[in-house]
Write a protein that binds this ligand. Structure first.
Ligand code: NDP
Length: 477
């Protein structure tokens, strides 16, 4: 075989990855289950590089130099298992199967083991940036055996986005680590988007601004601390006029958010790890609530509450919203990184969190200046428990908090739902509290279930005989 790498699955992502690789002068074998798609690919892009088109998997495998490197870019879920089943008998020991789709990390763990039993090496790599990223330079989060990564490192780093001379691609950790980190990336993207939507809602409903004015505000915000791809495209989406009606396009878009599930996966894993991940989880719930369009319509004329708007001192409010957005964003990232830290410990992945911030600076949807600050934080404190505790973020939130509180109060008074803004503030206030109210929770649990409690002044587990004589007994001695 002559091709250095193969790509099977030539829908938009696979096709663009194959083109990206070939454009760097690397010979690529291409294959798709339905061979008509392979033909179309060759007709449209065949002259962009040294492609070998294969009609079936046997020809595909035969076209590859050894150890074979095969990127699988098919629909996530059962199709990935199907492709592995078909490929395995055609491969030799040491060949590398690379799943670059949005697979769940637990599936990646399982597939890694199944492939190892067959003498094959499996890598699960997260790829972010959508179609354009895949073609022009994505952020790549490779998981798997370091020796296998060494065989593909040159190709992957050459096709990744580059920021300040550094490719947005680094080995994340073993087995499911790459897909895990990609999952949390998507979760953070949910939180970022929800926070932006809440800021837009406040600017519109509470500050009473019109859509073009809000577009300008986001454009301005994009030159400060908030500078990011998502803020940039928010300005563009808001500035767009609908051709049919002449109204802002956002005014004719139905307010029901859809999702493909990675935010839900992130929230589920946070619940299982016991990590407070309020920002991302509220963002998933907010999409769920948005989907209840008919119920909301009925409730809008039934349930009492204030009508937002009026009387705001606009200038101050706009800047307050900016600061509230920034502080909430810091919290959402602090939570996402705390989750990766917990998952790293639970799975033995030894994740380098600063490196994750580094490879998210370009190519992916959450790319932002801000990630440099996170990278710096972990460079100085590799064992950091929470990003809020490094001086840069501590001060940023300290400076923003008065505005943040004013915004949450105002939104609450006026009846505007801000689940991500307000839950982030509650997390912040809960986290900075040396002694919270969980003592009472423990007391209640002991009362109804004899679950015991610990005392502040003595070691050991205790139970009060609530229903008997009311005396306290030590239960662990
Ligand atoms: P799709 O998820 O739409 O999947 C279509 C591809 O999968 C086609 O090549 C199809 O082949 C193949 N396929 C489906 N079922 C099977 C099967 N049982 N056996 C073999 N091949 C099968 O493609 P995308 O390019 O959108 O995405 C690919 C992966 O990348 C997914 O995991 C997706 O979640 C992920 N991803 C997508 C992003 C995006 O922006 N779209 C961004 C980042 C990741 P056929 O032509 O024969 O039907």
């Amino acid at each position: 075989g002559q091709s250095r790498i193969g790509v099977t699955g030539l829908a938009v992502m696979g096709a663009n990855l194959a083109r990206n690789i070939a454009r760097r002068g690397v010979p690529v074998a291409v294959h798709n289950r339905t061979s008509a798609r392979t033909k179309e690919f060759m007709e449209e892009y065949g002259d962009e590089g040294a492609f070998t088109a294969a009609e079936n998997l046997a020809d595909f495998v035969a076209a590859l130099e050894r150890p074979r490197r095969i990127i699988v870019m098919v629909k996530a879920g059962a199709p990935v298992d199907g492709v592995i089943e078909e490929l395995s008998p055609l491969l030799d020991a040491g060949d590398i199967i690379i799943d670059a789709g949005n697979s769940h990390f637990a599936d990646t763990k399982r597939r890694t083991e199944e492939c190892a039993e067959r003498g094959l090496r499996f890598m699960g790599i997260g790829v972010s940036g959508g179609e354009e990223g895949a073609l022009l330079g994505p952020s790549i989060m490779p998981g798997g055996d370091p020796a296998a990564y060494a065989e593909v490192e040159e190709i992957l780093t050459s096709i990744a986005a580059v920021v300040d001379g550094t490719p947005c691609c680094t080995q994340v950790g073993p087995d499911g680590a790459g897909h895990y980190v990609k999952m949390v990336h998507n979760g953070i993207e949910y939180a970022d988007i929800q926070l932006i939507a809440e800021a837009y809602d406040l600017l519109r409903s509470v500050a009473g601004l019109d859509v073009p004015a809000i577009a300008k505000i986001f454009e301005e915000w994009n030159s400060g601390d908030l500078e990011s791809f998502l803020i940039e495209i928010t300005a563009k989406v808001l500035a767009k006029t609908d051709e049919k009606t002449g109204e802002p396009l956002v005014d004719v878009i139905v307010d029901q958010a859809e999702q493909k599930g990675t935010g839900t996966w992130t929230a589920i894993d946070a619940l299982q790890l016991g990590v407070p991940l309020t920002g991302i989880t509220e963002a998933v719930f907010a999409r769920g609530l948005s989907a209840l369009r008919d119920e909301r319509k009925a409730a809008s004329t039934t349930l009492a509450g204030p009508t937002p708007g009026g009387g705001a001192d606009e200038t101050d409010l706009v800047d307050d919203i900016r600061q509230a957005l920034y502080a909430s964003k810091v919290v959402a990232y602090a939570q996402g990184f705390a989750q990766m830290r917990a998952a790293s410990a639970a799975n033995g992945w030894d994740l380098d969190l600063g490196a994750m911030a580094t490879i998210w600076r370009g190519g992916c949807i959450i790319r932002a200046q801000f990630l440099n600050r996170i990278r710096d934080a972990y460079a100085e404190h590799p064992d950091l428990d929470n990003l809020l505790m490094v001086p840069y973020f501590t001060e940023a939130v300290a400076n923003a908090q008065d505005a943040w509180r004013r915004v949450v109060v105002k939104a609450t008074e006026q009846g505007v739902a801000i689940p991500a803004f307000s839950s982030s503030l509650s997390y912040y206030d809960g986290y900075r509290r040396e002694r919270g109210p969980a003592n009472l929770i423990q007391g209640l649990r002991d009362f109804f279930g004899a679950h015991t409690y610990r005392r502040t002044d003595t070691e050991g587990a205790f139970h009060t005989r609530w229903a008997q004589d009311g005396a306290e007994v030590r239960t662990d001695a």
